[in-house]
Design a protein around this ligand. Structure first.
Ligand code: NDP
Length: 272
């Protein structure tokens, strides 16, 4: 199964599996089992963050899996309170200790805050020092990205944002494409809300697939990395099984008619 997960290449040639296992809201007590199950069914990309408080369990699952470290793509994120140059370097060190790894595959600024630029300089240093294979941001709008592009040394390689059929973020995607920034979709299944949308149900029935598979295939066909979260091994497996399905142009056009918007916070007005 692992061989079948397609990858996408960042501008520095690092490859990311296009489906990653999301671990938000999986606490440290359950994350070891969840990540173990995910690795077993073929995930090779794990998305965590210091804020999820499960890095230790993720690290244990990776170690116990017997899979070579270099065959697993691990992402973590610096939390808002740790923003700033020195505090970010400290936060990175702590994440690596908890994850029991010498390096990360991707390190992200979790949310845009006042110290984005100092934080970004710390990420650039970690990259230059060979401690992380790629660096990026999360929840950055165009104006946040523009600041880093204007004043930083490096262009972020990734922007992880809320993105799903009811919130396709077309303008941001156009901007990121210009700079070769890969987009990762968080909340790819609309945090569960996708399952009650009749049009998605209709398309899923037409293909004999689940709604999750249709939506995750949509992300893939749109060139997006998606990070579905589930604690159920059968769902982990079926969420990964999308590479045979093909959505037609008509399916994509029908999906584009869905109206909605953000489910999560607007990055300009987050209360934390
Ligand atoms: P998702 O869109 O992945 O939805 C998760 C929900 O869908 C859960 O309730 C899960 O329930 C359910 N689900 C998953 N697969 C299926 C299925 N096949 N059938 C039925 N139900 C299903 O939401 P998340 O918010 O978790 O986003 C995914 C990941 O993105 C996070 O885990 C995290 O890694 C990242 N993220 C990043 C953020 C950021 O600020 N950078 C913010 C939020 C998320 P169950 O577990 O019971 O199966």
């Amino acid at each position: 199964m692992a061989d079948k997960v397609k990858t996408i290449r960042l501008y520095n040639e690092v490859e990311i599996p296009m489906i990653g296992f999301g671990t938000f809201k999986i606490d440290n007590a359950s994350a070891e089992d969840a990540v173990t199950a995910a690795l077993r069914v073929g995930y090779r990309h794990i998305d965590t963050a210091s804020m999820y408080r499960n890095e230790e369990a993720v690290g244990k699952a990776v170690k116990a899996s017997g899979i070579a470290r270099e065959d697993i793509f691990i992402t973590s994120k610096v939390w808002n309170n740790d923003q700033g140059f020195h505090s970010t370097l400290e936060a990175f060190k702590k994440s690596c200790e908890l994850l029991d790894t010498d390096y990360l595959d991707l390190y992200l600024i979790h949310w845009p805050k006042d110290k984005n630029l100092e934080t970004w300089r710390a990420l650039e240093k970690l990259y230059a020092d060979g401690k992380v294979r790629s660096i990026g941001v999360s929840n950055f709008k165009i104006h946040h990205l523009q600041q880093l592009i204007d004043k930083g040394e490096m262009v972020p390689m990734v922007n992880q944002v809320e993105l799903h059929p009811q919130f396709p973020q077309n303008r941001l995607r156009g901007y990121c494409e210009k700079f070769d920034i890969v987009i990762e979709s968080w909340g790819p299944l609309m945090q569960g809300k996708a399952f009650s949308i009749p049009l998605l149900q209709e398309i899923a029935e037409e293909h004999g697939k689940t709604i999750a598979q249709v939506v995750l295939r949509w992300h893939y066909q749109e060139g997006l990395v998606s990070l579905p979260k589930t604690v159920h091994p059968d769902r982990m497996k079926s969420n990964l099984d999308i590479f045979e399905l093909e959505l037609s142009k008509d399916d994509i056009e029908r999906i584009a008619t869905l109206k909605g918007g953000r489910i999560g916070y607007d990055p300009d007005t987050i209360p934390f």
